[in-house]
Design a protein around this ligand. Structure first.
Ligand code: C5P
Length: 393
């Protein structure tokens, strides 16, 4: 595989040396492109030594352009990874700028582009950065990380670049340890929306990231994957069939429409209740009434219905709990007929709408704790665990 590694300016740039080494050890051909700022943090000479090829930084290098010009370099790549991806490079990518060699290559390539953001946690949390990120993911750019932890600036939070070993492993999927060729996997993801009237709905904070990461991991293992998802702007993983739904009833119906399911993973945050009778017209605020009462009715439990099927698929569910994680998750697993439950503590910046997660996986024969890590990494590990439990029968 031919991988173009783009490095932008940030203290994490030194980690790109390890990334290049790991990719080369895995048999990849690597070419490195630096931004001007990256060259302040890591030397072209070190990168040339580890990549075994000249490193490029400028669009206007006549000698390099005479060898492999920038368009040829963009065509050469099977994959592009930008690690670290700074706030500046995210902004320029989101705008479609081509004001240096790296951003020009990104516009000129048809290869999949992956970014590993790294920046101070406040910068990462800034709405401008998040808006750029949303634009890029909607355009199909794959985002790995950032991870959480202590930062070079002395602060602690989300913004660290995911470790180079993990990035290399993610780029080099498919997962050779699991062969799900021929398995039909159905995954629900994201939150449902339950209409109140034509302009309002009841929703929740689920981002859909965990379900999308699981779809990518199951697809990488060779499965035929259908992703039934509530409204969200995430890009569909390559090779995955996507069914968009709005309400829990739609999600239930979409699941019922699928005749054969070998593995069902319920990662969606399905609304437990819906408005009994959504108003046909927009509900008006009135001077007379200080309160408004909505009557809610229970939604069908999708995971419970799928677990009643014969033959029974391997059923995996999630449990987001704020207290007594193991106790409530085990109860839920048995009550809903799940083979495996992935329990996660919500609160403390974990779980919903975060790029990473920590999970306690519980099944009839055991339990395994997965420490906090990127959802893409967790998804691969969870697919491996599911495979192990299925094989053990
Ligand atoms: O009971 P609770 O909502 O916490 O259960 C969470 C698990 O059940 C998740 O796997 C979720 O996808 C699934 N679920 C479902 N249908 C519902 C409610 C939850 O499939 N109506």
């Amino acid at each position: 595989m031919r991988i173009l590694v783009g490095i932008s300016g940030g203290i994490a740039a030194y980690k790109a040396i390890t990334l290049v080494r790991r990719l080369r050890e895995a048999g990849c051909e690597v070419r490195v492109v630096l931004t001007e700022a990256a060259a302040q943090f890591v030397t072209p000479l070190s990168l040339q030594a580890v990549s075994g090829a000249p490193v490029r930084a400028s669009l206007f290098d006549a000698e390099a352009e005479a060898g492999m010009d920038h368009i040829a370099l963009a065509r050469w790549a099977d994959q592009v990874i930008i690690a670290p991806a700074s706030a500046d490079v995210l902004a320029r990518m989101a705008q479609g700028m081509a004001n240096d060699l790296l951003t020009t290559l990104i516009l000129a390539t048809t290869a999949p582009v992956t970014i590993a953001p790294a920046m101070n946690r406040q910068m990462w949390a800034h709405p401008a950065v998040q808006a750029n990120l949303a634009t890029l993911t909607a355009r199909g750019v794959r985002v790995i990380g950032p991870a959480s932890g202590s930062q070079a600036c002395g602060e602690v939070g989300a913004g660290r670049m995911v470790e180079p070993e993990i990035l290399a492993a993610q780029l080099l999927a498919p997962n050779p340890s699991v062969n799900w060729r021929g398995k039909r996997v159905v995954i629900t993801a994201g939150g449902t929306q339950e209409p109140i009237d034509p302009v309002r709905f009841i929703a929740n904070r689920s981002s859909g990231k965990m379900g999308f990461a699981l779809a990518a991991a199951a697809q990488a293992a060779g499965a035929t994957v259908t992703l039934i998802c509530g409204p969200n702007a995430l890009a569909t993983p390559a090779g995955v069939a996507r069914v968009n739904v709005q309400t829990a009833l739609d999600m239930h119906a979409a699941m019922m429409d699928i005749a054969q399911i070998d593995v069902f993973i319920g990662a969606a945050a399905v609304a437990d209740y819906r408005v009994a009778e959504p108003a046909v017209q927009k509900i008006k605020k009135t001077a007379a009434a200080d309160t408004l009462t909505l009557t809610l009715v229970k939604n069908p439990d999708i995971i419970h219905s799928v677990a009643q099927r014969s033959p029974k698929p391997f059923v995996v569910g999630f449990a987001a709990e704020t207290e007594q994680l193991r106790h409530y998750a085990s109860q839920k697993r048995m009550a809903k007929g799940m083979d495996l439950i992935c329990a996660n503590q919500v609160g403390e910046n974990l779980g919903f709408d975060q790029p990473d997660n920590a999970i306690t996986a519980i099944w009839a024969g055991g339990e395994q704790v997965f420490e906090r890590s990127d959802k893409a990494v967790l998804a691969t590990q969870l697919v491996e665990l599911m495979n192990k439990i299925i094989e053990q029968g």
